[in-house]
Design a protein around this ligand. Structure first.
Ligand code: GLC
Length: 565
């Protein structure tokens, strides 16, 4: 039942739903076992049908692929494995014809050690001016054999590597917050900012609608590069942040400059461009500083992604975002999955105790409906709409994530969420690979991927795919959804419920026992079977509650438990 057409928001990005395409694993058109831009083009009608507003493409630039393209050797090219610039142009044109926006990934914190700048810095010897574009520093200890400080790399080991000078002598060290093949750029050298200004314009001139900015709280480091007070804490979790290497005040000027570039293009043609930052900072308040009106348009709010499957954790996280981010006039950008995280179906199965509960798919479906009902923008990671679980048993020998190589541990390894998508049929490559080579997909697909293939998903109205498609359709047509505010309702324990606008109620039962539904009548959309009057465990639903006839059964929450946002 589609009731009314939502008034177009003034800025399309404030409540857009963007689909993250991990190009390498989306669709392979050449038969080499690796996804490519031509494959993305083939998949565009599928994404249009799903109902997203646009796509974000993971990096496709020339790269030695030490971190699957997050080690960029040329910021204005296309790696031959993914296609070429002509193919990119065709992709943008096709997407625009379908009304889909195109965002590309940009990686300004570091480049590849194969980038000409870094090569020049190494080859030029100790006095090379090219070294000022990176962080070179003398080692400590009598012969400089110890790193300049105690910082740890995000992917394991020290954040410094020592170079050998062209004359064979041991030289200084250079900083890399990820792998040694990803030297950090020195944003205090103006040449770096000038370079990226030109890169932005290059792609904007080719028609992109915006950029997903990698490590957007990085870039500047503390000018003195002092020791970290707690290097082990910096390494304990992939999300912890060394406060000397991240979130420095100077980074905000970069986002102001980049916003100004976007505004310049908007002034020419009236079309909004979008900057979305990968911002991992400890609090929602710090997060909000990145989305001030003259900085980034959006920043992924990762706190929802890292919240445990727990009603209080979700309520608290959402309330904080609404108060500290939306409360300042910015939009909140929700995300549950991406190419760096264990997929929700698997993650939620192991919560809260770590024991696999079998409830992963039901909870992942419920979380999806919740996310699509929240005020603001949302990102969906490829395969999420198919309910793909993480592939947790890839053998060591096929793992490609540098985290595995650098730490020797499978703990944070990301290959399991990057296995090439299943499209059709009953056996690998499930239609992922076509074309002359017929090579095997770059990561092996398990047999059970057949259950999740898009052909099955489209044919089964109870699939994840239909849930996402229906949710997206309603979101587009109901004026209550998208931008705006929410009002919490007082609920039984284990249930979270809120009202959007004049009567769209969303409720999620985090428990395993059924609870009374907050609204009488049949839901508009539910993540599982949901008879009138009942909200089963691990289920979310949306209702329209007409205040005249079907007032919510749960009263509005009184502060402070449920702040009105
Ligand atoms: C970001 C990317 C991740 C990459 C890292 C280094 O966190 O999402 O995939 O490995 O940056 O560029």
């Amino acid at each position: 039942m589609l009731i009314a057409t939502a008034a177009a928001t003034q800025h399309w990005w404030r409540d857009a739903v963007i689909y993250q395409v991990y190009v390498r694993s989306f669709l392979d058109s050449t038969g080499d076992g690796i996804g490519d831009l031509a494959g993305v083009r083939v998949g565009l009608p599928y994404l249009k049908k799903l109902g997203v507003d646009g796509i974000w493409l993971s990096p496709f630039y020339p790269s030695p692929q030490h971190d699957h393209g997050y080690d960029v050797a040329d910021y204005t090219g296309v790696d031959p494995v993914y296609g070429d610039l002509a193919e990119f142009d065709l992709l943008v044109a096709d997407a625009h014809r379908l009304g889909l926006k195109v965002l590309i990934d940009i990686v300004p914190n570091h480049c590849s050690s194969a980038h000409p700048w870094f090569r020049e810095a190494l080859a030029g010897g100790p006095d090379s001016p090219a070294r000022s574009r990176f962080h070179f520093a003398p080692g400590r200890g009598a012969d400089g054999a110890l790193p300049p400080n105690n910082w740890r790399a995000m992917f394991g080991g020290p954040a410094w590597s020592r170079i050998t000078e062209p004359d064979g002598e041991p030289g200084p060290w250079y900083l890399h917050l990820f792998t040694p093949e990803q030297p950090d750029l020195n944003w205090r050298d103006p040449a770096v900012g000038e370079h990226f200004d030109a890169v932005l314009r290059f792609w904007l001139d080719r028609g992109v609608d915006g950029f997903r900015i990698d490590v957007a709280a990085g870039l500047h480091k503390h000018p003195e590069l002092p020791d970290s007070p707690d290097p082990e804490a910096d390494e304990r979790s992939r999300d912890s942040v060394n406060p000397l290497a991240w979130n420095q005040p100077e980074v905000h000027q970069v986002w102001r400059d980049w916003r100004a570039v976007c505004e310049e293009y908007t002034a020419r043609d009236g079309l909004d461009r979008l900057l979305v930052g990968e911002v991992s900072v400890p609090t929602a308040r710090e997060h909000a500083e990145y989305v001030r009106p003259d900085e980034l348009h959006q920043a992924f709010f990762f706190h929802l992604l890292s919240a445990r499957w727990d009603v209080d954790a979700f309520r608290r996280t959402i309330s904080e975002a609404m108060r500290d981010i939306a409360g300042t006039g910015s939009t909140v950008t929700w995300v549950l999955n991406n190419h760096d995280q264990v997929r929700t179906v698997t993650r939620y199965a192991g919560e809260p105790s770590g024991e696999a509960s079998g409830l992963g798919p039901a909870r992942a479906r419920a979380a999806a409906l919740l996310m699509l009902a929240l005020p603001g923008a949302a990102y969906v990671y490829q395969g999420e709409e198919l309910g793909l679980p993480e592939v947790v048993d890839l053998p060591d020998e096929v793992l490609t994530d540098p985290i595995f190589r650098r730490t020797g541990s499978r703990r944070f390894v990301r290959d399991g969420c990057r296995v090439p998508l299943p499209w059709t049929g009953h056996a690998s490559p499930f239609g992922f690979t076509s074309g002359a080579g017929a090579a095997r997909p770059w990561l092996p697909q398990p047999e059970w991927f057949a259950e999740h293939a898009t052909d099955r998903a489209l044919a089964d109205t109870r699939s994840f795919w239909h849930l996402y498609r229906d949710g997206l359709q309603l979101r587009r047509s109901l004026p209550q959804l998208g931008e705006g505010t929410l009002r919490w309702l007082e609920t039984p324990p284990q249930v979270l419920a809120f009202v959007r606008g004049d009567g769209l109620v969303c409720a999620v039962n985090f428990g395993t026992e059924a609870a009374p539904a907050p609204v009488t009548g049949t839901p508009l959309l539910a993540s599982g079977d949901c008879p009138p009057g009942v909200l089963p465990g691990s289920t979310a639903a949306w209702w329209i509650s007409d205040p005249a006839t079907t007032a919510p059964l749960f009263p509005p929450a009184s502060s402070p438990k449920g702040p009105t946002a």
